[in-house]
Design a protein around this ligand. Structure first.
Ligand SMILES: [Zn+2]
Length: 171
């Protein structure tokens, strides 16, 4: 398999290569949409990597927050369809990450309430949810760009793994 560093380089090179393709194909030439898509692509390739299912560079990159991915790593077999499935892998990780964020935030707010800091869990979490849905409603095309970037970040990884596996079999 390509190493984590190779996957990082592939992410950077494919992102750069995507810009002229986008310029050629895009009717609207919305640079902000491109920026959103590329940001999502880098986030997907570097932080939401397929290889979070093992003790990888991407896993270590989460630093103090790596425990967020510990249950995922224990539950998902390395290179299984759950982590490396085209399309399914990145969408599942986004869903997993959002659930973990929600649980963590609820936990932190619960701690604040226990030490008598007056916060409303529903109000705080509701405002985060509101910000996300407002942003999506205001910029639906950017939301699509973000989704495409997140999915393609994982697809690029799976394709690179498949090509290297195939090449190793052939040689
Ligand atoms: Zn992999």
């Amino acid at each position: 398999m390509p190493s984590g560093k190779t996957h990082d380089k592939i992410t950077v090179v494919t992102a750069i290569a995507a810009v002229p393709v986008w310029w050629w194909e895009s009717a609207t030439k919305d640079w902000a949409g491109l920026a959103v898509g590329l940001t999502a692509y880098f986030f997907s390739g570097f932080w939401l990597s397929d290889d979070l299912d093992t003790h990888s560079i991407a896993y270590k990159r989460w630093g103090a927050l790596r425990w967020l991915w510990w249950p995922y790593q224990k539950m998902v077999p390395h290179r299984s369809w759950v982590s490396h499935g085209i399309g399914f892998g990145p969408i599942f990780r986004v869903a997993y990450f959002l659930v973990m964020l929600w649980v963590t935030m609820r936990g932190l707010l619960w701690v604040l309430i226990q030490v008598h800091i007056p916060v409303s869990r529903d109000a705080v979490l509701g405002s985060f949810w509101g910000l996300t849905t407002d942003w999506t409603a205001a910029h639906p095309s950017w939301a699509v760009c973000a989704l495409i970037g997140l999915v393609l970040g994982g697809v690029t990884h799976s394709v690179a793994d498949a090509i290297v596996s195939w090449a190793k079999r052939v040689w």
